[in-house]
Design a protein around this ligand. Structure first.
Ligand code: AMP
Length: 109
């Protein structure tokens, strides 16, 4: 599914793009800002991404930081989450980082 957003085959609400990464709004937002950042290339989860490519891993985090700036949450603070595997509740197996902000959060939920 997320591969089709990256190629433009399916439309989505794009927030930011770089050579290696792509950011779009989550369809079921859990915070005022809820953006997903994905590498353009397909990896099932962050462990696969990290094992395959240091530069693409960095690219995801760099675009997430850019998203936070554009959304105006860089200074107030935000959370990044990468659900990995069934026990974490990962439902889409094209790795993605959730960028959540615009609300005051407690930890862990
Ligand atoms: P998870 O795999 O649990 O980390 O989360 C997958 C996320 O993808 C959820 O927050 C969903 O709301 C989101 N999602 C699923 N389908 C779409 C879609 N078509 N467009 C945008 N976000 C989606």
């Amino acid at each position: 599914l997320f591969c089709k957003f990256v190629t433009g085959e399916l439309a989505t609400d794009v927030v930011a793009e770089s050579d290696s990464s792509f950011a779009f709004r989550d369809i079921n937002p859990q915070a005022p800002t809820h953006v997903l950042v994905v590498p353009r290339n397909h990896y099932a989860n962050v462990a696969e991404l990290a094992a395959a490519s240091a530069s693409e891993t960095a690219g995801v985090f760099q675009l997430a930081a850019e998203v936070a700036k554009r959304e105006g949450i860089a200074d107030s603070g935000y959370r990044m989450v990468a659900n990995t595997g069934p026990a974490a509740g990962q439902t889409v197996f094209h790795t993605h980082i959730h960028v959540l902000g615009g609300v005051s959060m407690s930890w862990p939920a």
